[in-house]
Ligand binder design. Structure first.
Ligand SMILES: [Zn+2]
Ligand SMILES: [Zn+2]
Length: 387
C-alpha cells in the first residue's frame, strides 16, 4: 500500500488548495482579497420544478504576476501558473469562477423563488504534464486520481448540507472545454438536480414495488447482453446502455450491491475502475483515430429526501461523447432540449460492436499493474500562504 500525502493550503483570496504528493514547501503568492460574488444565486422554475444557477461570475481579482525566474505559462494549470506556482504531482483547488460557494451570498428578493448557491466547485489536476488524458496517464497517476476523487468525495459528504457530489470531466472543444491540460471537476450540491432526483425516485419506486434493487437488475441485464458489451471487468460492467441518449455512450457501473460511492470501493475495485476508465478513453481515441470529446460523470449515491443515502444506487462512470461518426456531431436540438426525448441516430448494439472491436491489448490496462494508494492528511501547514 502506498501513502499519498495531502496538504491543505489557501490562496490569498481564501480558496482552498489541496496538494497531493510531493510538495517543496513553497508558499502561495498573495493573489488578492476574497472574491465577492454578489449576483450568485439559484432561481426556481415552477413549471419544470427545477433550479437554475445564476452565475455571472467575473474575475474581479488580478492574476498572479509572473516574475523573472517564474514566467507565467500560457496554461493556468501548468506548474508555475496562477493556481499552482510550484511543482506538483496532483492537486485540487476551489474554482476561481465558482457557481456554488460554501458561504454563498444571500439570494436577492425577486418576484419568484430564489435560494443561495450553496455547494462547492473544485478543479482536479490529474498531472503536471500538459498533454494527456485518462488513457495516457501512468498507472501510478491514474491510481492517484481515483484516490483523490475518493478522498474529496469522502470529505465533502461530511458536510450535512451537501446532498450530491458530482465528479466529472469535460474533455475536448466539442463539449466546450477551454483548457486541454488533463483535469476534471467536482461540484457538490445542497439539493438534487432533476436527473439525480429522478434516478433516486426510480430506485425507490422499484424497491417499493418489487422489494429488489433496480441497479442490480440493470447490472444483470447488462451482463447477459453480450451485444452491448464493450469490455469485461471483474468489478464493473463496461457497456453501451440499453437506451443511450448518445451514440457512443458507455457506462462503467459497479457490479457489487453496496458499492454506491467512491469511498465504498475496495482496493481491488479501485484498480478495476482505473483499468476500465483507461480502456474506455483509449477506445474513444482509437475509434476515429483522433481524441473523441466527451462528458464524463461519476454518479455517486446522493442523499435522498428522507436524509438517507440512496440505498440501491450503484456507482457509475458515464461517458457521453457528442460524436455520431468521425467529424460528425450529434446536436442537442429542439426535441431533445424542449421535450426531453433524445433521438439516437444509431443502434446501440451497432456502436457497442464498433467500440468493442477496438484493440487496447498493448496499453497496459491490466488492473494488476495499478498500485494501491491511500491518502493521508499532513497536518503541517508550513508554507501556506496568504492566510
Ligand atoms: Zn498545462
Ligand atoms: Zn444493487
Amino acid at each position: 500500500m502506498e501513502t499519498l500525502e495531502r496538504r491543505e493550503l489557501r490562496h490569498g483570496d481564501g480558496r482552498r488548495l489541496f496538494v497531493y504528493g510531493a510538495y517543496d514547501g513553497q508558499s502561495l503568492p498573495d493573489d488578492g482579497p476574497d472574491g465577492e460574488w454578489p449576483a450568485l444565486h439559484l432561481r426556481h422554475d415552477p413549471l419544470s420544478d427545477s433550479w437554475v444557477a445564476i452565475s455571472p461570475a467575473r474575475n474581479t481579482r488580478p492574476q498572479t504576476a509572473p516574475t523573472q525566474d517564474r514566467p507565467a505559462p500560457s496554461c493556468p494549470l501548468c506548474v508555475g501558473g496562477p493556481e499552482l506556482p510550484f511543482p506538483y504531482e496532483a492537486a485540487v483547488f476551489e474554482n476561481r469562477f465558482p457557481t456554488l460557494l460554501a458561504e454563498p451570498p444571500a439570494p436577492p428578493r425577486l418576484d419568484g423563488r430564489t435560494a443561495p448557491s450553496r455547494g462547492r466547485c473544485e478543479v482536479v489536476l490529474y498531472t503536471p504534464t500538459h498533454e494527456g488524458s485518462l488513457a495516457t496517464l501512468t498507472t501510478e497517476e491514474l491510481a492517484r486520481v481515483v484516490a483523490i476523487w475518493t478522498d474529496r468525495s469522502e470529505e465533502l459528504w461530511t458536510d450535512p448540507d451537501l446532498r450530491a457530489v458530482l465528479v466529472f470531466e469535460n474533455r475536448g472543444e466539442d463539449v466546450g472545454a477551454t483548457l486541454s491540460h488533463p483535469h476534471g471537476q467536482i461540484y457538490a450540491l445542497d439539493h438534487l438536480p432533476v436527473h439525480l432526483e429522478r434516478r433516486v425516485g426510480a430506485l425507490a419506486a422499484h424497491r417499493a414495488g418489487t422489494g429488489a434493487c433496480l441497479s442490480c437488475e440493470v447490472v444483470a441485464t447488462d451482463l447477459a447482453a453480450a451485444t452491448r458489451r464493450v469490455r469485461e471487468n471483474p468489478s464493473f460492467t463496461v457497456q453501451v446502455p440499453f437506451a443511450p441518449d448518445w451514440p457512443f455512450e458507455v457506462h462503467v457501473r459497479a457490479k457489487r450491491h453496496g458499492a454506491r460511492r467512491l469511498p465504498d470501493l475496495t482496493m481491488e475495485e479501485r484498480r478495476d475502475l482505473g483499468a476500465a476508465l483507461r480502456e474506455v478513453v483509449h477506445i474513444y481515441d482509437r475509434l476515429f483515430d483522433a481524441p473523441m470529446a466527451y462528458l464524463m460523470a461519476c454518479q455517486q449515491a446522493p442523499v435522498a429526501d428522507d436524509g438517507t443515502v440512496a440505498v440501491d444506487w450503484h456507482l457509475s462512470f458515464e461517458f457521453l461523447p457528442p460524436n455520431r461518426g468521425p467529424d460528425k456531431l450529434k446536436m442537442r436540438a429542439t426535441v431533445e432540449t424542449a421535450a426531453g426525448l433524445f433521438i439516437n441516430d444509431t443502434e446501440p448494439e451497432t456502436t457497442a460492436a464498433a467500440l468493442a472491436a477496438v484493440s487496447t491489448t498493448a496499453d497496459g490496462a491490466d488492473a494488476a499493474t495499478f498500485p494501491d494508494i491511500e491518502v493521508e492528511a499532513t497536518a503541517d501547514l508550513a508554507g501556506a500562504g496568504g492566510t
